[in-house]
Design a protein. Structure first.
Length: 193
């Protein structure tokens, strides 16, 4: 069995095949043909993604009953308010498949403005008179575009979204497209425990 942890770059599909001109995983790394991503990150999101050919990992990591923690660093338009942070902590109502859905409680805190993250290509837009802020949010669920919907619901549109931590693994010391080979023991202890 194979296990890889990659830093998926911005504007790369979380799959190995593509039907249009968008980049996909096969354009940035070479792994055995039977390896696939566990879960996904949207094309316009970046960060940690686990790849494996171990089918048991998919269920263990993605089934809602296991509630595996994922931490995202989110750059938002404007200076985030404590009121918005408290709303996110308690849970907010978003639309999932056309229905109202109350998100589970989450851990949320503001990050320092000088947080060290790799440059993004292309960079986010810079507006001299409108500040941005960075926020960390830890979720144990993963609805489609959930983080973006949550921040939009409290009035702070997402400019940049990075999955910074998956279990005990972080993007520290990684750059977009970096790939680390893991053992089953590392996956079990670092992500699945």
């Amino acid at each position: 069995m194979h296990y890889f942890l990659i830093y998926k770059p911005y504007q790369v599909l979380s799959q190995f095949t593509t039907t249009d001109e968008k980049l996909c995983l096969k354009d940035i790394l070479s792994v055995p043909k039977d390896v696939y991503p566990v879960g996904r990150l949207d094309y316009d999101s970046e960060g940690l993604l686990l790849l494996t050919n171990d089918k048991s990992i998919n269920h263990a990591l993605l089934h809602p009953s296991f509630e595996h923690a994922r931490t995202y660093w989110v750059q938002v338009d404007g200076q985030i308010s404590q009121e918005a942070i408290q709303q996110l902590i308690k849970g907010v109502t978003i639309s999932v498949d056309g229905k109202s859905y109350l998100t589970k409680k989450s851990m949320v805190h503001e990050l320092p403005q000088d947080i060290q993250v790799p440059d993004r290509n292309p960079p986010i837009r810079f507006r001299k008179n409108i500040p941005t802020s960075w926020v960390a949010i830890q979720l144990t669920e993963g609805k489609n575009r959930q983080v973006r919907k949550m921040f939009a619901s409290v009035g702070f549109p997402v400019l940049r979204l990075i999955r910074a931590q998956l279990g005990e693994f972080t993007i520290e010391q990684m750059q977009p497209a970096d790939c680390v080979t893991l053992t089953l023991d590392q996956v079990q202890k670092g992500i699945l425990r």
